[in-house]
Design a protein around this ligand. Structure first.
Ligand SMILES: NC(=O)c1ccc[n+]([C@@H]2O[C@H](COP(=O)([O-])OP(=O)(O)OC[C@H]3O[C@@H](n4cnc5c(N)ncnc54)[C@H](O)[C@@H]3O)[C@@H](O)[C@H]2O)c1
Length: 291
């Protein structure tokens, strides 16, 4: 007996299929399952157990079973999940059954790398247009696409039915670019600029900031050093600042490395990390990495 109960009815002309209202954390894990499933399919696997899929996706198997049950997918006892069917279900829920057109704004260092990234196409997206404000960049061809002036955005967005805008401009230009994208009808934005964007209701913003990811890893390094009492691997410390946070000396076993300075309220500052720029840590937009 098949234990897959598909949500909605993919492909039924004229019908708006029912979609489950999934927790954001589940939505964030679905692409991981999809990537693992595509790898399994490519290596000739027709079925997969929840344990195998969980290991391939790097999550806990109970969490995976719970996530997939919310899609109406329970697997078959003794057999596992049908790989092709689960790919279809996840792609349907993520809206990947149609190739969405993406516009990239800001074709500098990062924009060049993104424009040349083959992974977008294989994961269901089509970079349909590249824009920049610098006349020196307009007309340049990257991966078969010609960079257009940002003033062309409204026309091109309508012609290409742009669904998603990617911002790779300096932070100072990002809000104005977001406003232009929204005015052109774009309702989903992936923002690489280190700033918070204000957008109207109904517009989704995801933010990618590798520096924030590094800062989070830095916190864990910092904490490990405090717990073990070993000096951090990064070498000699900088002069203590009031901006850093660390565990209190006493509570975490005393000598947590050179430069650990007790602060009122059970926090301490070490001289081992530079203070984080406050702007980059204030975000109301969803983080696209590590959320
Ligand atoms: N998210 C991350 O992990 C990450 C990593 C690296 C860089 N960044 C950020 O990405 C952004 C781009 O970085 P970069 O190194 O590619 O910068 P860059 O200066 O090389 O490129 C920026 C491009 O944006 C264009 N631009 C500026 N204003 C514009 C406007 N109003 N409309 C259209 N185009 C405009 C410029 O002409 C330039 O070509 C920066 O905000 C940077 O901080 C983010």
């Amino acid at each position: 007996m098949s234990q897959h109960r598909p949500v909605g009815t993919p492909g039924r002309a004229g019908a708006v299929p029912a979609l489950p209202d999934l927790p954001e954390a589940t939505v964030a894990r679905l692409p991981e399952y999809l990537r693992a499933l595509h790898n399994l399919a490519e290596t000739g696997n027709d079925t997969v157990s929840s344990e195998e899929l969980a290991a391939a996706a790097g999550v806990n198997s109970a969490k995976l079973r719970k996530d997939l049950s919310q899609l109406g997918s329970y697997g078959t006892r003794g057999v596992g999940y049908d790989v092709a069917l689960l790919i279809d279900q996840i792609e349907f829920v993520l809206g990947l059954t149609q190739r969405r057109a993406v516009a990239l704004v800001g074709v500098g260092n990062l924009g060049h790398a993104l424009a040349g990234y083959a992974g977008f196409v294989s994961r269901g997206f089509r970079i349909a247009a590249l824009f920049d404000a610098d006349p020196a960049r307009v007309g340049e061809e990257i991966n078969g696409l010609v960079v257009q002036h940002i003033d062309e955005l409204p026309r091109v967005a309508a012609e290409e039915r742009i669904a998603i805008g990617v911002i790779a401009t300096p932070a100072t230009a990002a809000q104005s670019v977001a406003d232009q994208l929204v005015a052109a009808g774009v309702t989903s934005i992936l923002n690489f600029a280190p700033c918070v964007l204000a957008v109207p209701d109904g517009v989704d913003v995801r933010k990618v900031d590798l520096a924030i990811e590094l800062q989070i890893l830095s916190f864990h390094e910092h904490r490990k050093a405090a717990l073990t009492g070993l000096p951090p691997a990064s070498g000699p410390g900088l002069p203590p600042t009031g901006g850093g946070l660390a565990a209190p000396n006493g509570a975490l076993g005393g000598s947590a490395g050179a430069g650990l300075t007790a602060l009122p309220g059970g926090l301490a500052a070490t001289g081992t990390t530079e203070p984080a720029p406050t702007g980059s840590l204030r975000s109301t937009n969803a983080e696209a990495v590590g959320s």
